[in-house]
Design a protein around this ligand. Structure first.
Ligand code: CS2
Ligand code: MG
Length: 405
């Protein structure tokens, strides 16, 4: 089954998404997500100029060999641009193989390990009261776990809040230049424990609560935050420290038992290797798109399972419904699946372009069996939403020092 054509689309139904479509000589096609927030066009060029010409005429069934060809054959390995491009190709090939076998992709991975996919939603707000109101709504909707993010008093712009926008897509799709946000570790550290104290006082301990630090703390600061949050029994604390130096997590681990989740910016298993082998983390967050596809993510999950580590795939608004559906199959299969981040079913514009069918019931996602990934991309609809350059914010300390956003 030879690859006849590879198309790359970039559209912006609210925010930018990069989509790959691989078409075989008999007309079967598969799709993949290649979105890299704020650097989308780099991945488009990598796909169009450097990957597509090499794959025309190759056998679409040889998923593993094509992955090795794209990873090792590039010479320059790893990195977000390369691996998002490879991830989209790999995902599209699994979609094709499922369609060819007339099976949902999870059946090709090893079948179901569970009936539904447990998710955690997002409750955020400008004040603790607003966050708790949103948390209460999600508990009423049946969520088993919720991530809490709140603006910090006297700090301009805080990660994870809407800044007055109606949804994440409006927020992320309208940044013609990188917005500058302020950060104060001391104001943050003095404030966050109160958020979780009040959440537990009002809603008890049955609901899973997590929090994304977004790599803003030093290891000893993260250790202190972990200790401060221990009474509130978090499901996990995410990205407590930047992960370029994995030994930073050794320091956090020595001081606190709060479960740690890392990995949304990882692009290969090598980024996670030390953290996993040393058991310095509890959840690995790498997404199929940014992690190079289903092929390497299956290997990463099995490696993590040897060290008691669960998967908790990244599920932010900058991962398209194609990645979301690939995660559905991955999560139904993975024996060490932990939980899936879920920010809802998107907007009318998003669903105008991406077609998929998933149901949320009592905090779990369910999908109907369809051949392949069970998601489609409407090329004509996508034309209505042209690409619009948009950036992630940058963060500065109150004295102007550039900091981790
Ligand atoms: C966040 C992401 O969902 C999360 O855990 O870390 O929303 C992250 O900010 C974006 O993916 C950045 O593009
Ligand atoms: Mg995160």
């Amino acid at each position: 089954m030879k690859i006849k054509d590879i198309k790359v689309f970039i559209c912006s139904p609210g925010r930018n998404f990069v989509t790959v479509k691989i078409i075989t000589e008999n007309g079967t096609y598969g799709i993949g997500d290649a979105t890299l927030n704020g650097r989308e066009m780099a991945v488009v060029a990598y796909l169009q100029e450097h990957i597509a010409p090499c794959l025309i005429g190759k056998d679409a069934q040889q998923i593993e060999d094509i992955w090795q060809y794209l990873y090792k054959g590039a010479y320059w390995r790893k990195g977000p641009v390369t691996m998002a491009a490879i991830g989209a190709i790999d995902t599209a090939l699994w979609d094709i193989k499922g369609k060819q076998a007339n099976l949902p992709v999870y059946q090709l991975l090893g079948g179901r390990s569970r009936s539904g996919v447990t998710v955690y939603g997002h409750a955020n707000g400008e004040t603790i009261e607003e966050v708790l109101t949103n948390l209460g709504t999600m508990i009423d909707e049946g969520y088993k776990a919720v991530r809490l993010q709140c603006s910090i008093p006297n700090v301009k712009g805080t990660y994870g809040t809407m800044e007055g926008k109606k949804n994440y897509y409006e927020l992320q799709g309208n940044r013609p230049l990188p917005p500058e946000q302020e950060w104060s570790t001391s104001k943050y550290m003095n404030f966050v424990p109160e958020l979780f104290k009040q959440a537990r006082e009002r809603f008890g301990f049955d609901i899973g609560l997590c929090h994304d630090v977004h790599s803003r703390l030093t290891p000893i600061e993260a250790a202190r935050l972990g200790k401060l949050l221990e009474p509130y029994n978090l499901l996990f604390l995410e990205d407590a420290v930047t992960s370029e130096n994995p030994e930073g997590y050794q320091i956090v681990r020595e001081h606190t038992v709060v479960p740690l989740a890392v990995g949304e910016i990882f692009t290969t298993v090598w980024d996670a290797k030390v953290l996993i082998e040393k058991q310095w983390i509890d959840y690995i967050r790498t997404a199929i798109t940014h992690g190079g596809g289903i092929t390497p993510l299956k290997k990463l999950a099995d490696f993590a399972a040897m060290y008691h580590i669960r998967t908790a795939p990244h599920g932010a608004p900058d991962l398209s419904p194609i990645c979301f559906m690939a995660h559905m199959h991955f999560n139904l299969w993975a024996p060490n699946f932990g939980i899936q981040e879920f920010i809802g079913f998107g907007t009318p514009e998003l669903n105008d372009v991406f077609k998929y069918d998933v149901e949320l019931k009592e905090g779990l996602l369910y999908m109907q069996d369809k051949p392949g990934l069970g998601v489609d991309f409407d090329e004509e609809a996508a034309k209505k939403y042209p690409y619009k350059r948009s950036y992630l914010p940058v963060s500065r300390l109150e004295d102007g020092t550039l900091w981790n956003w």
